[in-house]
Design a protein around this ligand. Structure first.
Ligand SMILES: [Zn+2]
Ligand SMILES: [Zn+2]
Length: 191
């Protein structure tokens, strides 16, 4: 699936012209003035009033380019990826990310509840596959400005009882710097 980035002013016009063969995400989801348009059919012809750029990637973002690194990808589909945290807090510590560049939890809206749930679902499946303790798992996100990588990533950590002091602090549920996936879902539903 490819994505076209265009100026916000172009979205409504293009929507009328190509709908329903295209899906349009709200520009605010990306915290930018650009809207992103996901092409399901053929590429609409470039037009003078839109600036097209064939990418959903932020070239400088590590997670956008994670597949080009030596990182072992443990889960992959059209939309999501998962891999081991570089500094695991316990025996099982994975990161699940959307492939498209979403900056952080502040870029999410009510319409992203399903995205968050999907990240958790993928995390849980990985834990099951690895025979990790499902009961003793924490799913959560660092909250800006406490995000080390500017690409939304779910931390999947198990078993939490084995976490050391520093890790407990770093991943303290619903602190100023870390929010659990279920709390984030609650928050988004109220947005
Ligand atoms: Zn990225
Ligand atoms: Zn993090």
């Amino acid at each position: 699936m490819e994505t076209v980035v265009l100026e916000e002013r172009g979205v409504e016009k293009l929507k009328k012209r190509y709908s329903p063969s295209i899906k349009i995400w709200h520009p605010l989801q990306f915290g930018a003035s650009n809207a992103r348009l996901c092409r399901l059919g053929d590429q609409p012809p470039p037009r003078k009033d839109f600036e097209f750029k064939m990418t959903t990637k932020d070239e400088k973002c590590l997670f956008c380019n994670i597949e080009d690194t030596s990182t072992e990808i443990i889960y992959k589909d059209d939309t999501y990826l998962a891999f081991k945290d570089i500094k695991p807090a316990t025996a099982h510590h994975y990161l699940v990310i959307p492939k498209k560049h979403i900056k952080n939890t502040s870029s999410l809206h009510t319409s992203d509840v399903e995205l968050v749930k999907k990240l958790v679902e993928i995390g849980e499946n990985i834990l099951k596959e690895k025979s990790a303790n499902i009961e003793e798992t924490m799913y959560g996100f660092h909250v800006p400005p406490f995000t080390s990588i500017q690409h939304l990533h779910l931390h999947v950590i198990s078993p939490i009882s084995e976490m050391g002091f520093i890790s407990r602090l770093m991943f303290r549920p619903n602190s100023y710097w870390f929010i659990t996936a279920s709390s984030l879902v609650d928050k988004l539903e109220k947005k």
